[in-house]
Design a protein around this ligand. Structure first.
Ligand SMILES: Cc1cc2nc3c(=O)[nH]c(=O)nc-3n(C[C@H](O)[C@H](O)[C@H](O)COP(=O)(O)O)c2cc1C
Length: 240
């Protein structure tokens, strides 16, 4: 997050590796993550940043990119999904369709990597933050997340019944017809859309959490926390 170039015509001066824009004031600074303020606890820091992001004008601060890989690591794929809950034991809960590609990966290889990106303005200043979480995804028991399913808006419940995630759709009109039947059954006949068996939730248990934070003209600071065998966190400041 250094040079801010809106378009090629903005480029004013190129000097070796440095690219300045005409609009820049040639400012620079060094961001600082005050880890002590959060008692050296990455979960406290995560919650603080997350709360701030939720209080900003970001539409989906709970959206995160989740990367999974096949057992042999030959297939790696990433997609965004929503963090549904941060559990009391520091697990990051996500929900999905058990028949999906990601779940095939998770069945073979529970190692995952998640990344949140929060870019917003606070008091006129641009804040750019990223949190990376590497860990192990554990499939939860239905009883652990039925409430999360129940809390979902209607269209999400309809989707859970209608869509076989990742399956080819041969006939969109047929799908629309099925959609309307499900919807009408719910709205007009009061049929309950119970949680289907393929609706699944995982808890990502973090082993590594890394924070990257900066403002518009600052060089980012990074703080990396590694989970130790005694469940404490070892942290290091690392270069941007
Ligand atoms: C903002 C956003 C939020 C999403 N949230 C979820 C989610 O919570 N669960 C989910 O299964 N897919 C979610 N998706 C869809 C996924 O990105 C992806 O298309 C889907 O899970 C299939 O991925 P897979 O084929 O790799 O398994 C979301 C997509 C976007 C853009």
């Amino acid at each position: 997050m250094c040079s801010k170039i809106e378009s090629e015509t903005d480029i004013g001066k190129v000097d070796g590796d440095k690219v300045y824009t005409q609009n820049d004031d040639l400012q620079s600074g060094l961001a600082y993550i005050d880890v002590k303020e959060y008692d050296y606890d990455p979960i406290k820091l995560f919650k603080s940043w997350f709360e701030e992001a939720k209080g900003s004008d970001l539409v989906m601060p709970n959206a995160a990119c989740l990367a999974t890989a096949s057992r042999d690591g030959q297939q790696v794929t990433a997609r965004h999904l929503l963090l549904r809950k941060l559990d009391n034991d520091n697990g990051f809960i996500i929900m999905t369709d058990k028949r999906s590609k990601k779940c095939k990966h998770l069945a073979e290889n529970p190692n995952v990597s998640m990344a949140f990106l929060w870019n917003y303005k606070k008091d006129g200043e641009i804040i750019s933050r990223q949190v990376r979480i590497d860990g192990i995804a554990e499939e939860l028991d239905k009883s652990d997340y039925i409430e999360l399913y129940e809390d979902q808006p209607l269209y999400c419940k309809v989707r859970a019944h209608l869509c076989h995630q990742g399956k080819v759709i041969d006939n969109w009109n047929e799908l629309k017809l099925k959609h309307d039947i499900l919807y009408n059954n719910f709205v007009e006949e009061g049929k309950v859309l119970e949680m289907p068996d393929h609706f699944v939730a995982y808890k990502v248990h973090p082993k590594m959490i890394e924070f990257y934070g900066t403002t518009e003209y600052e060089i980012a600071d990074r703080a990396m926390f590694l989970l130790q065998e005694d469940s404490s966190w070892l942290w290091k400041r690392i270069a941007a």
